[in-house]
Design a binder for this molecule. Structure first.
Ligand SMILES: C[S@@+](CC[C@H](N)C(=O)[O-])C[C@H]1O[C@@H](n2cnc3c(N)ncnc32)[C@H](O)[C@@H]1O
Length: 390
């Protein structure tokens, strides 16, 4: 793949469109992909909440940080964690075009003043996307190549008029600024954006800090029993950039197997999964798990222990994942016999679902070392590490 990953390649699958499949046998825990966003935008309301994050990398800024700086033009509304981030942002994510557009969206006479936060988020996405068109036509083309058809409805017409009123654009780089383009961009965002979540806190509902478009991860299709899962390392001291995501294999896979993520927590119940996939992603899921659960009674469904995250957009189960190798490891029950089980996914739940209260994350082994599989499972939501005993 263009990102250098040799373990996956893109293919077309009937009724699913483009998909990523393994090019060789993969070991549990293997890293398939590290992806950086081509576009990021804030998911938090303006004001105090927004001031807590770097407007460029979305790292938390400590209350009395000595390195934090602001945008010279819009001041504290756009803080940066350090001068280096500010300097990069002023020529990339926070250009004068973005700075002015966001100021207009925040102003007392903003066209979005009495609208729901969702509309503001869509407007922020459009500002970031049109900025990308001006700065990097090739990345903008990548964005346009993602799944999602223009659908001109009241929302896209309104949002186009909002962007027209705050930006006075006629062309954006080599692209014509039009309602069709705005509608197409909104569709790309809806089907492909990943939510970068707040680090897990057992006592609080997790919210999205930012949304990002990841050029390769966008080609993972959904399966209600995924064979890979996404980790992010927001606010951790890892080697990754704050908004990078990493996709790892959950269990051993043969060559040629489609690699799928779950677009939301795996313990979501059948009727909710079907509804969300239809409404948000436009398809009816007929994966092996759905085929089994389609015949379940409502009572059986209730037993699944759904944990709903209202923030959608492929935000599955992305924890901070900065599990500390030095912690005491709990033990995950890994001894269930897959063959003898009534439902293939009962095995998945026992082996690959985090058992921590209110977590709902998926477990994948740490990457193999010297081709030896790791017996340590990492949760992609709470980051906890557990020892897998076969
Ligand atoms: C993030 S994109 C995944 C890549 C996409 N297949 C493509 O061609 O670019 C999400 C879209 O892929 C399709 N998709 C994903 N998982 C699917 C599945 N299990 N069955 C059918 N379509 C699926 C849906 O059209 C969905 O809106």
């Amino acid at each position: 793949m263009s990102d250098g990953s040799s373990s996956i390649k893109m293919v077309e699958i009937e009724n699913k469109g483009r998909a990523l499949v393994s090019t060789k046998p993969l070991r549990a825990g293997e890293t398939l992909l590290k992806d950086s966003p081509i576009l990021l935008y804030s998911a938090v309301p303006d004001g105090a909440a927004a001031a807590a994050y770097c407007s460029h990398c979305f790292r938390t800024i400590a209350p009395h940080s000595v390195t934090a700086v602001s945008c010279p033009n819009c001041s504290t509304a756009s803080p940066f964690c350090a001068p280096q981030c500010q300097s990069v942002a002023l020529s990339t994510s926070h250009t004068p075009f973005v700075c002015q557009a966001l100021r207009r969206l925040r102003a007392a006479d903003s066209p979005l003043l009495h609208h729901h936060l969702d509309r503001l988020l869509q407007a922020r996405f459009l500002v970031a996307a049109y900025n990308l068109a001006m700065l990097s036509p090739s990345h903008f083309q990548t964005l346009l190549s993602l799944q999602g058809e223009a659908f001109i409805d009241d929302a896209s017409v309104f949002l186009h008029s909002v962007i027209s009123s705050i930006c006075q654009l006629s062309n954006v780089g080599e692209f014509k600024f039009s309602v069709e383009l705005t509608a197409a961009l909104l569709a790309k965002d809806k089907l492909n954006a990943f939510g970068l979540m707040e680090p897990f806190d057992q006592d609080k509902e997790r919210s999205v800090r930012a949304y990002g478009i990841y050029p390769t991860a966008s080609f993972f299709n959904h399966d209600c029993l995924p064979n890979a899962c996404r980790f992010d390392y927001v606010d951790s001291a890892s080697d990754f950039s704050n908004a990078d995501i990493v996709v790892r294999v959950i269990h051993d896979l043969p060559a040629g197997r489609e690699i799928c993520l779950s677009y939301f927590p795996v313990n979501c119940k059948y009727s909710d999964r079907q509804r969300r996939l239809k409404e948000d992603y436009g398809f009816v899921c007929d994966c092996d798990r759905c085929k089994v659960e389609a015949n379940w009674s409502d009572n059986e469904e209730e037993g699944e222990g759904e944990m709903d995250h209202d923030e959608d957009d492929m935000d599955e189960d992305n924890g901070d994942g900065d599990g500390d190798e030095g912690v005491d490891l709990e033990t995950t029950d890994c001894g269930m016999d897959k063959e003898n089980d009534d439902f293939p996914h009962a095995y998945f739940f026992v082996r690959y679902m985090c058992s921590r209260d209110n977590c709902g994350g998926t477990l994948a082994p740490l990457p193999p070392v010297d081709a030896r599989p790791s017996m340590v499972m990492e949760c992609n939501v709470c980051g906890s590490l557990s020892k897998c005993e076969d």
